[in-house]
Design a protein around this ligand. Structure first.
Ligand code: BTN
Length: 324
């Protein structure tokens, strides 16, 4: 019996004021009543509100949304590389926090998660609204054997990991707006900021920090026109620890595919998830702004756009896009 199976059974059979007996849960999950009782106590320790109704069973009152190392670890696959997971209450930025560490000595798959950020940042140093309790703000340290211009594949992996997680955990369909934003219902749900350092002699990345900011609860009024959250899109607040664990599990599988040379498979999935292909976009490079039709993603992950001047290949580093 997994924790998720018990949770979804408790929610479906013991939610909305109904009572579910320990025996019914044990039978449905193929375990003993004692095992159910122990698992329910573990869920309570994680902050789930589950009422015991004397001699009758259990009533599920509310889902947990407490970020903790223990609850993230519980959702990780056994094969997840067992690095350090640091859960912070409030920090300026989880990426900045990680970059202040001695990353040459730190182990790969180090994870930093915060309940809120006071100076969350996005690409081009834009602020990323990070209200406490209302989002998942997470950074992950990777040490891939990649040349610098392939670092964007890690951003691609992160986008796919987030979309896959939203689909599986929240039953929410989302799309990727090249290169690093996840969208739902025309609004931004998640941003990804990938930063790294290069070993000059080897022309390989010495480390990469992948920062993921996913709106889960209330959305700031200031960005309400352009941003959305899981709660806004589904009507339910997700369990952020569960989301963090699932994103990490998926990242691990996707990074294995990347290391195994399966770029084409990753790119095909990335293309399938694209929001911009077939649409007119406004392209902003450092020096000019123009409109063009987005026609595809090439084998390096660059966006291909076309307009009256011809076919243009856009590399993520220098470009911002607006949907028209
Ligand atoms: C973007 O929208 O351009 C990217 C946003 C990335 C936000 C995440 S939240 C966790 C990590 N810490 C940060 O300061 N930024 C990233």
């Amino acid at each position: 019996m997994s924790r998720d199976e018990l949770l979804s059974m408790l929610e479906s059979r013991g939610g909305g004021g109904k009572i579910v007996t320990g025996e019914e849960l044990a039978r449905a999950l193929g375990v003993s009543r004692v095992a159910v009782w122990k698992a329910i106590n573990a869920l309570r320790e994680d902050g789930y509100a589950i009422e015991s109704v004397k001699a009758r069973g259990y009533r599920f009152l509310s889902r947990n949304d407490v970020l903790s190392e223990a609850s993230i670890r519980r959702g990780l696959k056994p094969r997840f590389p067992g690095g350090r997971i640091e859960v912070l209450k409030t920090i300026d930025s989880t990426n900045a926090f990680m970059k202040r560490m001695d990353l040459s000595a730190a182990e790969e798959w180090l994870v930093v998660v915060a309940d809120g950020q006071t100076a969350g940042r996005g690409r081009k140093n834009r602020p990323f609204y990070s209200r406490p309790g209302e989002g998942l703000y997470m950074s992950l340290l990777l040490k891939p054997d990649l040349p610098p211009d392939e670092t964007r594949f890690l951003t691609i992996c992160a986008g796919l990991a987030v979309c896959g997680t939203l689909e599986r955990v929240c039953r929410l369909e989302s799309r990727i707006k090249w290169v690093n934003d996840v969208y739902c219902n025309g609004k931004k749900l998640c941003g990804i900021l990938t930063e790294g350092a290069v070993s000059v002699e080897q022309q390989r990345m010495s480390h990469v920090v992948v920062g993921i900011g996913l709106n889960t609860g209330a959305v700031d009024e200031e960005v309400g026109d352009i941003a959305t959250s899981v709660q806004q899109a589904t009507g339910r607040r997700p369990d952020r620890s569960l989301l963090a664990a699932e994103i990490l599990n998926r990242m691990e599988s996707l990074c294995l595919e990347l290391a195994g040379g399966h770029k084409k498979k990753l790119l095909d999935e990335y293309r399938d998830r694209q929001l911009v292909i077939g649409r007119t976009v406004q392209v902003m490079t450092g020096t000019e702004t123009f409109r063009a039709l987005a026609t595809g993603i090439d084998d390096e992950g660059a966006l291909i756009v076309e307009n009256e001047t011809g076919r243009i290949r856009l590399s993520a580093e220098e470009v911002s896009l607006k949907l028209n």
